[in-house]
Design a protein around this ligand. Sequence first.
Ligand SMILES: [Zn+2]
Ligand SMILES: [Zn+2]
Length: 316
Amino acid sequence: MKALVYVGDARVRRLDVDAPQAPEGEVLVQVLQAGVCGTDMCIVRDERPKAEAPMTLGHEFVGLRLDTGERVIVNPLLACGHCRACGEGRAHLCERRQVIGVHRSGGFADRVSVPVGNLVPAGDTTAAQAAMADPIATGLHAFRLGPQPLGPVAVLGAGSIGLSVLFVLKRFGVRDITVTDLSDERLAFARALGADVTAAGIEGSFDVIYDTVGTVSTRKDAALKVRAGGTAVLVGLHSADLAMPAGPVIGGERTIKGSFGYTPDEFREAVGMLPELDTGWVHTVPFEEAEGMFTALLEGRLPPRQVKLQMRMSAA
Ligand SMILES: [Zn+2]
Ligand SMILES: [Zn+2]
């Protein structure tokens, strides 16, 4: 079967690979559409998370269960079910956490074997909406980690996670939302999704700031520009460092929270929100173009208006 494989050496290749067999407790899913994520870029650039080449990437996908024909969205986070985090309902923090498309074969392929418990019915969604479940769930989790905001909030970055956080904030009726990004085209998408203020940089006083970029400077902005007593929720993983002065964090009792992934319940909840999602910022290409597009993304050659890239693997 066809697959887009991380082959090491900062490259992906379109390859013919063996079709998977489903072991006990798993089913085969025929992939319909799969999203490319910043995480995929990090893997290929040999940053975190680490994947063993050769690895078929892709953790944001929708497909058909081959045993029943049902349209399903795959929750890519696999947990052991036995450790302390799993016992607390926080499977995303499992000590033996694995991610489909990172640690085992993912959705940039015709077929994937998936544990039955990680399948969620796709409901009344388009393929583009369905393949957005992972970023929307990530946004939902970030929202839930912060105090439920009363006053102004800010989202740093209008990439797919930033726009997903914005979508969730709007869904929960949060008002006075500022979104920052260096790209005017991305900020236009943020305004279309309901951002009240859009700007290149952050100005003002905020209850919560969500950093979906994760550079040293956006982390500093998030932690130091929330009001005293406010919370910075760090989602973006761009840089490895968290460098900032301690004074304002301690003296202003500012809270810094890391946010990773989502719980299984949040993933299901996010799937329920998908029919409302405007996917005007999702750009879909046929799989045949995937290797070229992926390489263009890696080299920064894609126009910024293509916030989210998805591959069409097969027709429904
Ligand atoms: Zn992702
Ligand atoms: Zn566990």
